[in-house]
Ligand binder design. Structure first.
Ligand SMILES: [Zn+2]
Ligand SMILES: [Zn+2]
Length: 449
């Protein structure tokens, strides 16, 4: 049984709208034509011939000729840093960044400070999102107490408090015994377990991907098998326990192969890719600029090609940004000392469009499908543009040109690995349940009826 995205916690309400004259593009519905989209009280009432729909009572008119209306994106993997690190980001700034990136929903990770490892914390976060979040926000609880990888949290009670699932993201679950127990509980309580796959014994003190570049720079590398062996272990455990899990941020060809094998064997496993792993390689690290330091690390061109192929084929189910804000003083230090992670919500679609769609490497339709599919990990309705569907719609100007970071960021942090990129395409407005969660400053909208 699926729930609507807007059932997650946010401060908005459903609204009524008429989006006039947009090119409506929803690959899941085989839809690509000019339409007027009529939205009443949060739901799509009608897809009318252009110019023919009447403005519903009290509805806002959006003149959208020249824009593409597509299902709004859903990010299954963000770090909002609340509670404990609000100097980097919080619910308000992080979800504003999400809305500006065309996302109608996000799922916040639990590696807060302290970790979100109790049902009361999950409940408190949801209440806070009701007051502060620009877009619907879901929360996961940690798998283990304090993310120490030893003792399971009260998973059933966290589910009852509204946790969408569980994750120790930021850290792997090293113990196979603990992982097995967690999967047994997942089978009982539902939700999903999101996995940061890494074997600390193999990663050692690596600070970048292991390969030609790490050897040339003399930096300690993280081998790809650090990720792929853990995926193989957990896929076997998932099958054994008839449990469900989701592998976050694949970085390597061998990881893609491990996912392929797991799916062939019938494991209930899904997988995710980030925009930065799809468009950048470890060559960037030659600059020793810590904006290119993340976990998992950037890898070789061969790995990147395997990720692109997995995106195309559907071996990888969805895109997640792993939006990970850090303060400047934590990034503008020698590479080895810098914290790992990059922000990504505001650039995700434009980067993928500029680097993969415009050059003809990946179809626009595929990007839209993978950027919306993350909702299904949590049994939420995948955003779609069809009568009766909840009106979660992003209006995108595919012709827009802008420089990433030139006007600053909605996020409180600026650790983007795309700063200075000349990007093509930009979200002009993001609509959640028929109400406008974001509009780009240059985008003038029509009058209210
Ligand atoms: Zn991670
Ligand atoms: Zn993460």
């Amino acid at each position: 049984m699926s729930r609507a995205v807007a059932d997650l916690n946010w401060r908005g309400d459903s609204g009524s709208l008429l989006i006039r004259g947009a090119r409506v593009l929803d690959p899941r519905k085989g839809l690509d034509e000019s339409r007027d989209v009529v939205v009443k009280q949060g739901r799509i009432a009608e897809l009318a011939a252009p110019g023919e729909a009447e403005l519903p009572e009290g509805a806002e008119l959006i003149e959208a000729a020249g824009l593409v209306a597509m299902p709004a994106f859903f990010d299954p993997h963000v770090h909002l840093r609340q509670i404990g690190e609000e100097y980097k980001e919080d619910l308000e700034t992080g979800t504003r960044a999400a809305a500006a990136g065309g996302f109608c929903g996000v799922v916040a990770m639990a590696n807060t400070d302290p970790a979100t490892d109790e049902p009361e914390t999950v409940a408190a976060m949801r209440e806070q999102a009701d007051r502060e979040a620009s877009v619907p926000t879901g929360f996961v609880g940690t798998v283990t107490v304090g993310m120490r990888g030893e003792e399971l949290t009260e998973m059933a009670a966290m589910r009852a408090a509204g946790a969408l699932g569980f994750s120790d993201d930021g850290l792997p679950i090293t113990s196979a015994r603990v992982m097995r127990r967690a999967l047994q509980y997942q089978h009982l309580v539902g939700g999903n377990i999101l996995l940061h796959e890494e074997d600390p014994e193999l990663s050692g003190d690596g600070v970048m991907g292991e390969g030609v570049v790490s050897a040339a720079l003399g930096l300690a590398g993280v081998p790809d098998v650090s990720e792929s062996t853990m995926i193989a272990r957990d896929a076997a455990l998932c099958l054994h326990e008839d449990a469900r899990a989701h592998v976050q941020h694949l970085s390597a060809r061998r990881s893609v192969e491990a996912i392929e094998v797991a799916k062939q064997r019938g494991a209930a496993i899904t997988a995710e890719l980030t925009p930065h792993h799809l468009v950048l390689t470890d060559e960037e690290v030659r600059s020793l600029d810590a904006r290119f330091k993340m976990n998992p690390p950037l890898r070789s061109e061969d790995d990147r090609q395997a990720l692109i192929e997995a995106l195309r084929s559907g071996t990888v189910d969805c895109i997640g940004t792993d939006h990970a804000p850090h303060a400047t003083h934590q990034k503008e230090v020698p590479f080895e000392q810098a914290l790992m992670g990059v922000i990504g919500l505001e650039t995700a679609f434009p980067v993928l469009y500029t680097a993969l769609v415009e050059p003809g490497i990946v179809e626009l339709e595929t990007i839209i499908e993978r950027m919306t599919a993350g909702a299904a990990l949590f049994d939420l309705e995948i955003p779609t543009i069809a009568p009766d569907a909840e009106a979660n719609i992003t209006l995108i100007d595919l012709e827009a040109e802008w420089e990433a970071g030139a006007d600053g960021w909605e996020s409180r942090s600026s650790n983007s690995c795309f700063t200075g990129w000349k990007l093509r395409s930009r979200p002009a407005a993001t609509i959640v349940a028929g109400s406008v969660a974001y509009r780009q400053r240059a985008f003038r909208m029509g009058a209210v009826a």
